[in-house]
Design a protein around this ligand. Structure first.
Ligand code: NAP
Length: 476
């Protein structure tokens, strides 16, 4: 019997679609799922009539694969991934390659790459983005591990990936857990943009009194612009336009205002804190979800703290594409990308990942959730200046800041006076204002730290570390 080119473990939402994608691209496949009934159901439905066979157990699975084996795991991250690695390892032979396409924590991937490669197996930790549709039609993929392991699956991945004008949305990211680190930061940026669009919706609804269709029309306009044309703006328009089938009014208004967070947003913020990277827009989005989940507390607090609207403010109108609000959305979105890219740059240096920033921007241009036209500008900025410390100082992005900052400030101050929370808009404003301020007030923080804890301080007029006996009357 001819052996299959490719194996998949885990017939969940992503696994099913990825194996159909591989098969469509000429890679005969064998699938294994812990619960065999799912394998049977898949082979009778979407997998029927395709070059896909099922395996009843892991022995059967490896026997049906050509060598060296190429096996993609699309399973729950964490202990489930370790369990599957332990279960399949006894069946693997030298040169066989395991690919983890789940949302694994990058340090877990570092450990697994070191462990599996030391046993002469290949191991790739690969971020996959695009949801079910992307997995089927062409996702964005971020594979990390040894270059030799990547080379063994390059032909498969480049065929499966989304294609944009300058190539497939996949490339070798770097060693160890770098692929999963980049996917984590991708998700952090995604958290930011989703919250930014939710804030824009809240302002349009509460200040502008707009209906779902009105807001959807604005989003449709934004989606034609270079700065905002993106998948997330596109699906926000769709969500705002959708009607409740029974009652005919806006479906979004029927949805409970509680958002979960599954880990990658939290990991982005934790990594940023550990690495000394500043990601306030992304943190604000994470915190927005945390606060949203406290629904019962918020209901009580609204009664006690009396959330009444103080006054209306200028947000623009449909004819001008809500220009002030659009400016706030554009700059906050830029801040979200800028913070994510800066975190990648710092991590690259700290972990010796040698990340190729233009290549990462290129991978994100198709297939993934944060795909947008803005990524062309991000790619250009890092091509022009590979060591660019922050997107905000690239000439094109600096011009955006100059032109749009007054409206971002106006929206933030208007929302503050009206009592409308806009955590991502306000964090982005503070981020940009802090970053463009040559002298911040942390000189006083340093003085306090030296006063109570003798932490010493540096001076602006001479080299060295200094200490003052602040409480000694001679210092005053
Ligand atoms: P899913 O639909 O929840 O499927 C989970 C799969 O994992 C099932 O096949 C399940 O097998 C298997 N599994 C769970 N625990 C297991 C264990 N202890 N041993 C063996 N198999 C186990 O998941 P999904 O949405 O396809 O996602 C798969 C992975 O991709 C996750 O890491 C997820 O975070 C990541 N991801 C998801 C998306 C998305 O949009 N959904 C996008 C990118 C990445 P059973 O059928 O036997 O339960």
């Amino acid at each position: 019997m001819t052996k299959a080119h490719f194996g998949l473990i885990g017939l969940g939402v992503m696994g099913e679609n990825l194996v159909l994608n591989a098969e469509r691209n000429g890679f005969s496949s064998v699938v294994y799922n812990r619960t065999f009934a799912k394998t049977e159901a898949f082979l009778k439905s979407r997998g029927a009539g395709k070059a896909i066979t099922g395996a009843i157990d892991l022995q059967d699975f490896v026997d049906k694969l050509e060598r060296p084996r190429r096996i993609l795991m699309m399973i729950k991250a964490g202990s489930a991934t370790d369990a599957v690695i332990d279960q399949i390892s006894p069946y693997l032979q030298e040169g066989d390659l395991l690919i983890d396409g789940g949302n694994s924590e990058f340090r877990d991937t570092e450990r697994r790459v070191a462990d599996l490669e030391s046993k002469s197996f290949g191991y790739i930790g690969m971020g996959v983005s695009g949801g079910a549709k992307g997995a089927l039609e062409g996702p964005s993929m971020m594979p990390g591990g040894t270059k030799a392991s990547y080379d063994a699956i390059e032909s498969l991945l480049t065929k499966m990936a989304a294609q944009v004008e300058d190539g497939p949305c996949v490339a070798y990211i770097g060693p160890g857990g770098s692929g999963h680190f980049v996917k984590t930061v991708h998700n952090g940026i995604e958290y930011g943009i989703e919250q930014i669009l939710a804030e824009a919706y809240d302002v349009m609804r509460r200040v502008g009194g707009m209906t779902g269709s009105d807001m959807a029309d604005v989003l449709a306009q934004w989606n034609t612009t270079e700065e905002l044309s993106s998948y997330l703006v596109e699906i926000t328009e769709i969500c705002l336009r959708a009607k409740d089938q029974k009652e005919g009014n806006d479906l979004v208004e029927k949805i409970m205002d509680k958002a979960g967070q599954k880990g990658t947003g939290l990991w982005t913020v934790m990594s940023a804190l550990e690495l000394g990277a500043s990601v306030p827009t992304i943190y604000a989005a994470l915190n927005g979800r945390v606060l949203s989940s406290m629904k019962e507390e918020r209901i009580k607090a609204e009664l006690i703290l009396n959330r009444t609207m103080i006054k209306s403010f200028e947000i623009g109108n449909k004819a001008d594409g809500m220009r002030p609000l659009m400016d706030a959305v554009v700059l906050s979105t830029i801040a979200s990308y800028a913070q994510g890219m800066e975190l990648l740059r710092i991590a690259s240096s700290e972990f010796n990942y040698s990340l190729n920033m233009p290549s990462i921007a290129q991978i994100w241009k198709g297939g993934c959730i944060i795909r947008s036209r803005l990524l062309n500008r991000i790619q250009d900025a890092f091509n022009l200046s590979p060591e660019l410390p922050n997107l905000l100082i690239d000439p094109w992005f600096a011009e955006q800041v100059k032109n749009r900052l007054p409206n971002l400030a106006m929206i933030v101050s208007g929302a503050a006076e009206a009592g409308i929370p806009v955590p991502c808009f306000s964090s982005s404003l503070d981020y940009i204002n802090s970053y463009r301020t040559a002298r911040l007030p942390q000189n006083l923080v340093q003085a306090m730290r030296d006063c109570f804890g003798s932490h010493t301080y540096e001076r602006i007029d001479k080299e060295g570390n200094f200490h003052t006996e602040w409480l000694d009357s001679n210092a005053n």
